[in-house]
Each structure stands twice: as C-alpha cells, then as structure tokens.
Design a protein around this ligand. Structure first.
Ligand code: AHG
Ligand code: MN
Ligand code: MN
Length: 327
C-alpha cells in the first residue's frame, strides 16, 4: 500500500478554506475572512468551556434574565463575553446584536460589518450534557465607515446577509457556514485545535422523514399546524426534537426533515428570534437547497422592525416545508 494512502489526509483547515475562497466574496478585501476566523477562534474557547462545564462552576442559572425574560445561564453570558471580545479585538465589526443584550453594542467605528449572534443556543440543555450551539449572521454596514451607526445598518433583511453560520457543540464540534456560495461544514479536531473541512458543499435532501416540533404545546398550535403534524403521523414520519435549534436543524439538514416553531398561546409569534436565530438558518437552508418561511412568507424577505422580534419558523427540506405551508 502506498505510504500516502496509509497516512490518510486530514485535508483542508478552515483557515485555508476561507483564504482560498476569499475571492468568491464580492468585496474581497480580506476583512470578512478575518471576521470568520475571529468567530472560529471564539468558538474554540467556548467549546473548551462547554467541554469542561461539568467540572467547573459554569453550569446552572446566573440568577438574571435577558431582555426577553429568559433566565440567563452562566454559559449564555460567558459565551456572549467570548464572542464579543473576539469581535472587538478583531476590529471588523462596527455593531453587535446579541440575544443577551437589549440594545446593540458599538464595537469599532471603522468596522465594515454588523453581526447578529445567539452566543449560546439551547440553554436548557447545558446542564444535561446535550448538544448546544452558536448562531451568527453577518451584514455589510450601509452607513459611512467611521460615522455613527444608523438604524439602517442594524435592521437589515435576512436577504442582505453576506455570511451566516452556526457552531454545534455536539458529540463532535462543527462549524457550518455560507457566504452565499453553498454551505460547507468543518469538524473540530481537538488535539490539533483546528477545524477541518469534513462536509463540503452540503445539500439538504429535497424531501425527508423527520419532523421536529415541541408537540407538548400542540393544544395551542394553529389548526393548520395541528393538521400538518397529523399528516406527518399519517405518513409514518419520525419525530425528533432535541430542543436545541442548532442541533435539530443540523440533523434535519443532513438527513432530510422539517423543523417547526409555530405560533403558540404562550408565544403568538413563535419563540424564535428573527435576527439571530432564523435569518442565519434560513440563509444556510436555502443555500443547501432547502426552504425557510414563517408559514406564509420567506424568512429572508421579512423586514425586521425590532432587534429581538420573534417569528414563526418552518425550515428544512423543500418539499416538507411546501407541504406544511399548503395546510
Ligand atoms: P436559547 O437557548 O438561545 O434561548 O434558544 C432556545 C430555543 C431553541 O434553541 C430551541 O429550539 C427552542 O428554544 C426550544 O423551545 P421549547 O422548549 O419551547 O421547545
Ligand atoms: Mn437560541
Ligand atoms: Mn441563546
């Protein structure tokens, strides 16, 4: 056997991949590349903290709430600090919108990008060693670089994203992102401390067999959603729901499926946030051949009016989202 075949190639690092694909990006100035690297670096730090969460005192509630009234977990706040610091040091971002802060944060006036982030997604799963994630959306700043941040920089539609991605802290840690030229997934190799390309050009199966929805709340779903869920059962589909959006989304992206967070009595607009949860996953889904709507309208076409606005979310394999919508 050839020596080169015994020593299996571990392939492309994330850094090299970003560099090699830089020219695909319409403003190929290198700054977006640096920004993606800053995110990857912060995610490695968060990954380390997530991995030792059971050993040091970073599990459990912090005793405070974010502006949406959710109890903040220690790791929510820690992750927020890690990403904010990395992006501040990096210097490419002028404004940061985070689930954990009521208003956006000014980072660096010379930055050309605006970022929206859910630093830690799936908070309720931290204490029980179940997969959690990070979600991010990147926009190009509209106002003049160096001047004050404007409303138009902050409240941009999902269709204006120049890049978006997520990190999944799961049985292995992955970063999946798009810059609008397909979707690529990278797996973290602990001992080398690097992300390596493991899932090139990811494609969502056009149809699937998995539906993911919190059925405990079925009594307060709209009739149309109740009917669709019944339709899934009639068609012998499989129910899978982790309760960490990133993890549920990732599984359905690979295997084919639909994720739904519908309006409920408790949350009439659904629970998920447009700017730092739905937009990024909608962009990735579409780039992989999937689809994302609020039940009627394309997620990426929704004009946000507030930073923390919620939307009903239907995302996944195209045929499944179309069918859900037909109800
Ligand atoms: P976060 O931890 O960032 O607040 O997000 C939690 C979200 C999402 O990850 C998950 O899919 C959903 O909440 C689960 O909500 P339910 O417990 O209502 O099903
Ligand atoms: Mn979340
Ligand atoms: Mn969160």
């Amino acid at each position: 056997m050839e020596a080169s075949r015994i020593a299996q190639s571990i392939g492309f690092t994330l850094d090299r991949f970003i560099k090699n694909n830089q020219e695909q990006f319409q403003f190929a100035s290198g700054e977006l590349s640096q920004l993606l690297r800053d995110i990857a670096l912060a995610s490695k730090v968060v990954n380390r903290e997530v991995n030792k969460a059971g050993l040091i005192d970073i599990m459990g509630p912090l005793g405070s709430q974010n502006m949406a009234g959710d109890d903040q977990q220690k790791l929510d706040v820690l992750a927020d600090i890690r990403f904010t610091r990395a992006l501040k040091k990096g210097g490419e971002v002028c404004a940061l919108i985070s689930e954990e802060s009521e208003s956006y944060e000014d980072l660096n006036n010379d930055g050309k990008y605006v970022i929206a982030i859910d630093p830690l997604d799936g908070s309720s799963n931290i204490d029980v060693n179940v997969s959690i994630g990070t979600i991010f959306s990147i926009f190009r700043r509209i106002s003049k670089v160096g001047g004050p941040i404007q409303q138009e920089d902050i409240l941009q539609k999902g269709s204006e994203q120049v890049a978006a991605g997520y990190i999944l802290y799961g049985s292995s840690t992955m970063m999946v992102y798009t810059t609008g030229h397909g979707v690529n997934g990278f797996t973290f190799e602990q001992s080398l401390g690097e992300f390596f390309l493991s899932h090139p050009d990811m494609k969502a199966p056009e149809d699937g067999k998995i539906y993911s929805i919190n059925e405990g709340q079925a009594n307060s779903f709209p009739e149309s959603v109740k009917k669709y869920v019944q339709d899934c059962k009639d068609n012998k589909m499989t129910a899978r729901y982790i309760g960490s959006l990133v993890a549920d989304f990732h599984r359905n992206l690979l295997k084919g499926g639909i994720y739904i967070y519908p309006p409920t009595a408790k949350d009439p607009n659904g629970k998920l946030r447009l700017m730092y949860e739905c937009n990024a996953l909608a962009f990735i889904s579409e780039q992989a051949g999937g689809m994302a709507t609020d039940g009627k309208k394309r997620i990426l076409d929704i004009q946000p009016t507030t930073l923390h606005q919620r939307v009903p979310f239907f995302v996944g394999s195209k045929k499944m989202v179309e069918r859900a919508q037909s109800f």
